[in-house]
Write a protein that binds this ligand. Sequence first.
Ligand SMILES: Cc1ncc(COP(=O)(O)O)c(C=O)c1O
Length: 400
Amino acid sequence: MFEESAIQRGEKVFSEPLVLPKWPHCHRETEAKLIEVYRSLKWGMRGKYEQLLEKEFAAYHGTEYCVWMANGTTTLECALLALGIGAGDEVIIPGLTWIATGTAVLYTGATPVIVDIEPDTLCIDPERIEEAITPRTKAIIPVHLFSAVADMDRIAKIAEKYNLFVVEDCAHAHGAQWDGKGVGSLGDVGSFSFQMTKLMTAGEGGACTTSDKRLAERIFRLSHIGNSNFNPGTMPESDLLCRNYRFTEFQAAIIYDQLQYLGEEMEKRIANAGILEQGIKNTPGITVQNHGRKTTRPAIYFPTFLLKPEELRPGTSRKDIFKALEAEGMWLGEAWGCPMYKSLMWNIPEDKFVKMDTPVSEDAAYNRIMASSNTLYLCEPEQVKKAAEAIDKVMRNYAV
Ligand SMILES: Cc1ncc(COP(=O)(O)O)c(C=O)c1O
């Protein structure tokens, strides 16, 4: 028999509950940069750090250009608008994502078409994309979700076949690579978020990456009330209704330093993911989110696991497992707990979007996802080993 779980008064794996590292990190040199920016009086309008980031963040992801803005919703909106998408058009998005992937489509006047995801990567299912294409379809937004990169090879093939644009939602995937290439360089435009929980953050912030100069120019004008980065003093094209979605130099200074640490942090996350994944390799009832078939460098925003109910005693719910894990001293949660179109914040009338059949998204969101925080893999390796032990112990207690 297996040892008694902590919930049955057995010994806890973590004698004291696991305390995750604080997030975000503060860096001494950033404090100095923030004072430097403050004293420079150049608080916005493309200061030194924003200009450096335009080059360095783009280069890190393998693109020529990068446009900084207020958040990762405005970036999706401007990417779509720059591609000429608007009323009457349809844009295909996955059933499991944050609502912003859908609301950004609605902001342009286009219709989001929600399709199902793959059961292992939790990213958009290319087969379901093809079924949803109509003469009105203009673009696909694959989301590189939690710790995976969507199947960009198959998506690119579909996009080519049907002449569609691809906007990658990279809100969870800073620094990730697919087949050796940076996310954000695999479609027409990449869209990144720098909101508080993200792998890089300035509290808020967003960036679009692209290697298409005309698109970079249109995205810049759209987010900078019509001003141009490349042709100052000239008027925007007449189809652009330009917004003020500008970024500040304080945000740029913070993110500039984070970019210098990103590689190191990614290595630590990947090494710790290896430890945890090895530790639960033979654990019944659970599997790890597939990082993507050709992902050569996962970003691992939320370490995500999936229940395998067929290997668990009938009637075992995710909540039972969460409770048992808590008794052992660690935490896993359900992430959003529902597909995007069931979010409390998705107040969109049903005639404003199209939802295809999405049983995999629903099963994953309601029953199977067990996710940790973005800092689990920044713990010390001994702690991560213990986390694997706790998961293994709990799952064995619920296994058939
Ligand atoms: C997948 C995804 N896309 C887009 C966004 C929007 O980013 P922001 O909050 O910066 O607007 C988020 C999250 O916050 C997200 O998780």
